[in-house]
Design a protein around this ligand. Sequence first.
Ligand SMILES: Nc1nc2c(ncn2[C@@H]2O[C@H](COP(=O)(O)OP(=O)(O)OP(=O)(O)O)[C@@H](O)[C@H]2O)c(=O)[nH]1
Ligand SMILES: [Zn+2]
Length: 202
Amino acid sequence: MERRMVEIEETGLSFVTEVDLERLQALSEEWLRLIGEDPEREGLKKTPERVAKAWAFLTRGYRQSLEEIVNGAIFQAEGSEMVVVKGIEFYSLCEHHMLPFFGQVHIGYIPNQKILGLSKFARIVDMFARRLQVQERLAVQIAEAIQEVLEPQGVGVVVEGVHLCMMMRGVEKQHSRTVTSAMLGVFRESAKTREEFLDHLK
Ligand SMILES: Nc1nc2c(ncn2[C@@H]2O[C@H](COP(=O)(O)OP(=O)(O)OP(=O)(O)O)[C@@H](O)[C@H]2O)c(=O)[nH]1
Ligand SMILES: [Zn+2]
């Protein structure tokens, strides 16, 4: 597959990513034919191009690295009080149906001399959400990334999500919500620490 760096305007953002846009575009055109549409009709003329760009954006997490995301925003800090960043919204795609699932991520950690720039938690969430995912792995990958970057005393991640594959098809359940979590270090070992974290989420 030919991959090269391309600049993409999408969702008000311009970003450079390595993706074969022409091939994605050709495949979306074929997809339109296969579902019984006419890719030549007025409304659909630019659709394959839009779809290719949208998918480049929705899967940009594959082409990002933790190092680039964190960008050195690690600071020395005294104290070992819990830090909680909650309600970080995410949009992801389930790997079984490639349909959206979305919701919120809550992160807590207890520093071990190093703290992270607050916006970087949201960037880490997006880096793993903008891929094909299962919600369980999303929680684990976020927790492990924070562990790797900060080596904290512990980290806890809770992900709450709703899955369109369960809403607009399949079992068609509109009100079920899925909660997954990953607890590392003291968040795993100490029930008290875990409780303190979960109390913050109430
Ligand atoms: N554990 C987990 N399962 C997921 C996630 N996203 C989607 N799924 C499930 O993946 C499963 C795939 O099941 P299959 O029986 O192979 O596929 P299907 O026939 O389309 O299943 P239905 O959705 O029940 O119609 C379904 O139960 C989905 O609900 C996720 O993030 N985590
Ligand atoms: Zn699914």
